[in-house]
Design a protein around this ligand. Structure first.
Ligand code: SF4
Length: 388
């Protein structure tokens, strides 16, 4: 199927896309494309209704030039320790702000965050011509030579179509980490959620990224297989990861907002969502099945039930499993309190339940809202929609 790719007609000023990985909170966001060229995953609300387009290289370079201009001015206004007073800077460069406030704000936030990293947006930046991406990366490096990390999202489907020398050229120009939404290693699950990629393509893409000398961060989605495929989802995902051995494995628990296709499947009874308890068992099986790899497992997403189920494999495997086993062995009432307390921000780990103050807050909420082990998962579903 051919898909028309539109490029800009005229420069509309500095742009930022809607999302970035949690680990890129302090990165400068440089938008190379808009939206997602696939845009069919049934669980993904991010770019629904927005059309994919590629920005011209000149416009992206224009964004970099704008931020660079503001950074140079901000640097001069910082004190000896590099600190800035935002209000003073705003006053001091009023004229600049009139030129492109979005670029100015991006520069100010980036300066305050240390200017160590850049994230290339949107969902699949490597889909553009490799030579164009190289040109943008070189421009970036020329203006910000101190930047240590330049990263991007990419689809496995796109990565496998890039020639090895082109991927290496992109790496040499500065892109040193790729975030891939692997989601699942199970072909059944991937097909069910219309991910548009197979397990083999995921494995091939992951190995290609590593071969090019880039760091690889694989996102996986506990719960995506629903009740029917929960076990195979855990086992096949672990197998794919064992074959890739990415630098990072990141957990991002499934949540289903009303706007996505999977919500309709769920409403119609075609998709049976896992409870938190089932999800904990699924993550336990997944981690038990991760073998022979040295990845860092991260749980850096607000939707995750266990913030501290993270560590380096194989060293921290047992500690991570122990957290899950402890939760699974708890009384239903206590599990319920943890689920509610975690989602409302009272707890970030099981040990936080030892704090009488925090525990009292969770208990009070459950009493006030009538939350019990029988209805807790329905309440959690509603709470999680706030964080999508
Ligand atoms: S490829 Fe990524 S951004 Fe695109 S629809 Fe799927 S999950 Fe969303």
């Amino acid at each position: 199927m051919s898909r028309k790719r539109k490029t800009d007609e005229s420069y509309q000023g500095f742009e930022q896309g809607p999302i970035r990985p949690p680990s890129e909170a302090y990165s400068l966001l440089i938008r190379v494309t808009r939206s997602c060229p696939w845009n069919r995953c049934t669980f993904c609300p991010v770019y629904k209704g927005s059309r994919f387009s590629i920005r011209s290289v000149d416009h992206v370079k224009g964004d970099i030039d704008s931020v660079h201009g503001y950074i140079e001015v901000i640097k001069q206004m910082a004190d000896e320790s590099g600190r800035i007073l935002r209000s003073e800077v705003r006053k001091g460069i009023e004229d600049y702000e009139k030129l492109d406030p979005k670029a100015f704000n991006a520069a100010l936030n980036w300066f305050a965050g240390g200017m160590n990293s850049v994230f290339i947006q949107d969902a699949d930046s490597l889909i553009i011509k490799p030579s164009n991406l190289v040109e943008i990366l070189i421009h970036l490096k020329k203006h910000f030579p101190w930047v240590e990390r330049v990263t991007s999202y990419a689809r496995s489907h796109t990565i496998v179509r890039i020639k090895d020398p082109d991927l290496k050229a992109i790496r040499d120009a500065g892109l040193n980490r790729i975030h891939i939404g692997l989601e699942s290693g199970s072909d059944k699950v991937l097909k069910m959620v219309k991910k548009g990629v197979t397990k083999e393509t995921h494995v091939k893409a992951g190995l290609k990224v590593k071969k090019a000398g880039m760091e690889l961060s694989e996102y996986i989605m506990p719960g995506l297989g629903g009740r029917e495929y929960s076990k195979i989802h855990a086992l096949e995902t672990a197998d794919a990861l064992n074959r890739i051995n990415p630098e990072f494995i990141r957990l991002r628990t499934l949540a289903i907002p009303n706007s996505v296709e999977l919500f309709d499947d769920w409403e119609a009874g075609g998709f049976e969502k896992c409870t938190d308890l089932m999800m904990a068992k699924e993550i336990l099986l997944l981690i038990e099945s991760l073998n022979g790899i040295t990845s860092v497992l991260k749980s850096d997403h607000i939707l995750n039930l266990f913030e501290n189920v993270e560590g380096t494999l194989p060293r921290d495997k047992e500690r991570m499993l122990e957290i899950l086993r402890t939760f699974l062995a708890m009384e239903p009432e206590r599990q319920c309190l943890y689920q509610v307390g975690r989602r409302l921000g009272f707890f970030s780990s099981l040990s936080d339940m030892e704090s009488p103050h925090r525990l009292a807050k969770a208990e009070k909420t459950c009493q006030q809202l009538g939350i019990t082990p029988d209805n807790v998962d329905e309440v959690i579903d509603e709470l999680m929609k706030r964080f999508i």
